[in-house]
Each structure stands twice: as structure tokens, then as C-alpha cells.
Ligand binder design. Structure first.
Ligand code: SF4
Ligand code: SF4
Length: 97
């Protein structure tokens, strides 16, 4: 009998563009405060929980951390998970970036 792979789950790997470009329906966008973001403050690769948890795979684990807003869906998970509270979800109609 074939051995069952216990590691198989219903999860899929996030990847940029999996659900296409976001378009104009997003109501909130993440804005990173680099003065609080751990890699920027410490000037070294650290934390990157936003990269880890983003379901769209649109966070670049770099210094500084970057978010590809063309594909970001505005779910706010990155802001929820950020231990430094460095990400604010800003209303699209109040954002001038
Ligand atoms: S989770 Fe927050 S502190 Fe950590 S890398 Fe992302 S924005 Fe920076
Ligand atoms: S708001 Fe959601 S989709 Fe956009 S960067 Fe954060 S976790 Fe990813």
C-alpha cells in the first residue's frame, strides 16, 4: 500500500499575480513607517513577518521592506502581524501616495 504524505494540505503557495492585478477596488492600503520597521531600524535582515504572512506574496523581504501595491489586496494581515506596529492601513481615498 502506498504511504500517505502527511505534509499534503489544502494550502497553496502565494505568488505575485496569482489573483491578478488588484485594480481599483481595494479600499485600504498598507503604508510602512520605516522609522519603526525592524530591518530599517537595525539595518539588517530581521523580522520580515509581513513577508512571511502576506497571502499574496507581494512583500519584498529587503531593506527597506517594499510592498507591490499593484497586487496587494489590502487585507491588512501584514499590519496585524507586524510586531513593531510599523504598518498602517490607510484608506485609499485618504492616501496621497
Ligand atoms: S513585520 Fe513590521 S517590523 Fe517586521 S519587517 Fe514587516 S513592517 Fe518591518
Ligand atoms: S495588505 Fe494583505 S496583500 Fe497587501 S501586503 Fe499586506 S498582507 Fe499582503
Amino acid at each position: 500500500m502506498e504511504k500517505r504524505d502527511e505534509n499534503i494540505s489544502a494550502m497553496c503557495k502565494p505568488s505575485i499575480g496569482e489573483a491578478g492585478r488588484t485594480g481599483d477596488w481595494r479600499t485600504l492600503r498598507p503604508v510602512i513607517d520605516q522609522t519603526r520597521c525592524i530591518p530599517s531600524v537595525k539595518k539588517k535582515s530581521a523580522c520580515f513577518l509581513c513577508w512571511l504572512y502576506c497571502p499574496e506574496g507581494v512583500v519584498k523581504a529587503a531593506i527597506p521592506v517594499e510592498i507591490d501595491l499593484d497586487y496587494c489586496k489590502g487585507c491588512g494581515i501584514c499590519a496585524e502581524e507586524c510586531p513593531a506596529k510599523a504598518i498602517q492601513m490607510v484608506r485609499e481615498d485618504q492616501s496621497d501616495e
